[in-house]
Structures are given as structure tokens and as C-alpha cells.
Design a protein around this ligand. Structure first.
Ligand SMILES: Nc1ncnc2c1ncn2[C@@H]1O[C@H](COP(=O)(O)OP(=O)(O)OP(=O)(O)O)[C@@H](O)[C@H]1O
Length: 210
């Protein structure tokens, strides 16, 4: 479970904007996050991962405080160990597909399963500049899953995939996420692409506070 109650000042186009979030994400659930560009969706994921800090408040995950401004607790991103799929993939240019996964995990059977899931089994020796955008995006998803995270944060994870690939991947991801029991937050511009995930919706349209 993720319990988050925070405030964060964002430097927005129109001046300062305060992001206020008071929400609980149930353990093992999937939350679909929608909202206008610049409303703070990526910021929320970064706050949970520890890549950005709130101005005040607390974040508690499975009973453990990850951030608490009043008690000066702020766990490093490494200790939080979330799976994060970045909007721009953030894959390593000098590592092959297989090296990305081996860097994250030793379990060869698990790696094999992930490569199949992402349809990258035949491309395992390729480096990112020999992969298409969609293949790089799938690699970013596999890398996030490789560590079997308890919290999975995905920022527009299917944006570069054609609809057939998207449907296949989503079909296989759903049982995998429930097998891992991972609490998942997925940001998307496209509400339609997430309709096959049963889950809560978080709409930033209702959160923005100027
Ligand atoms: N480190 C930061 N400190 C303060 N403000 C930031 C920081 N990073 C981004 N912002 C601002 O916070 C606002 C929200 O950005 P964010 O990337 O979270 O939006 P988003 O909802 O994910 O948008 P998009 O859908 O376009 O990706 C923007 O106005 C941005 O300029």
C-alpha cells in the first residue's frame, strides 16, 4: 500500500502551482493516472520514487516511512527500489538488451520470461541505437519489472507501441503484475489504451490547485 499526503510547489508555465495529493493506493492495485500536460503526473511518480522531494508531508509504503518532512526521513531512490518506466525510456546506450536485464537481476529464467514478454528474445544482443523506439520502450518496461518491484511507476509506457503490440503486451502484463502483487501507477494521455486494466482512476484535472 502507498499512503501519500504531500505538498509540492511546481514551477509552472503560469507561475507557481501547488500540487497537493492526499491518497492511498491499495497494495497490488493498478491506478490509471490521467490529466492535462504539465499538471504534475510525472512529478507524482518522481516523488514516490525519491527522484524529487515534496516540500512537506509524508509517503508511507507497506508500513515503512519513505518520506516524512516532520521526522526528516527521506529514503534514497536505491532503498525505495521502485520499478520506474521513464517517458523517454532512459535506457543505457552502451548496454545490450540482455545486459540491461542482467544488471538488474541474476535469475536467468526470469530474464528469459521477460525477454519473451517484451518480444525482445531475438534482439537480446542489440544495443539501444539498433532498436526501434517501440523496442526501446519495451526494454524500459522489462528493466523496471526485472527487479520484481513492490511499487511500479510507469510514465506513458505504451506511447511508442503500435496497437497490436500494445494489446499483446497489456494482455501479458496484467497477469504478471498480479502475480508480482505489485502496486502499480500508470500515467497515460490516452484513456482508451488503459481500458483493459481494471483499476482506480486518478484524474489530475481535479487536483490542480493554482
Ligand atoms: N523539479 C521541479 N521543480 C519544480 N517544478 C517542476 C519540476 N519538474 C517539473 N516541474 C514543473 O511541474 C509541472 C508539472 O510537470 P510534470 O512533468 O509533472 O507534468 P505532467 O503532468 O507529467 O505533464 P506531461 O503530461 O506533459 O508529461 C510543470 O509545470 C513543470 O514545469
Amino acid at each position: 500500500m502507498i499512503r501519500i499526503n504531500i505538498e509540492k510547489r511546481m514551477r509552472a508555465y503560469k507561475g507557481e502551482q501547488v500540487l497537493r495529493i492526499d491518497r492511498t493506493f491499495v497494495a497490488g492495485s493498478i491506478t490509471k493516472i490521467y490529466g492535462p500536460s504539465g499538471s504534475g503526473k510525472t512529478t507524482l511518480l518522481k516523488l514516490i520514487a525519491g527522484l524529487s522531494n515534496p516540500d512537506e508531508g509524508e509517503i508511507v509504503v507497506n508500513g515503512n516511512p519513505w518520506y516524512d518532512s516532520s521526522r526528516k526521513i527521506n529514503l534514497s531512490p536505491q532503498k525505495r527500489n521502485t520499478g520506474f518506466v521513464f517517458q523517454n525510456y532512459a535506457v543505457f546506450p552502451n548496454m545490450t538488451v540482455l545486459e540491461h536485464l542482467k544488471y538488474a537481476v541474476k535469475d536467468a529464467e526470469w530474464i528469459k520470461r521477460l525477454l519473451h514478454l517484451g518480444r525482445l528474445d531475438t534482439l537480446s544482443t542489440h544495443k539501444p541505437d539498433h532498436l526501434s523506439g517501440g523496442q526501446q520502450q519495451r526494454l524500459a518496461i522489462l528493466r523496471a519489472l526485472a527487479i520484481k518491484p513492490k511499487v511500479l511507476l510507469m510514465d506513458e509506457p505504451f506511447s511508442a507501441l503500435d496497437s497490436k503490440m500494445k494489446m499483446e503486451l497489456i494482455g501479458e502484463l496484467k497477469p504478471l503484475l498480479s502475480e508480482l502483487g505489485v502496486t502499480t501507477l500508470i500515467v497515460s494521455h490516452n484513456q482508451q489504451e488503459l481500458e483493459f486494466f481494471e483499476g482506480e482512476v486518478m484524474d489530475f484535472e481535479e487536483i490542480i490547485d493554482n
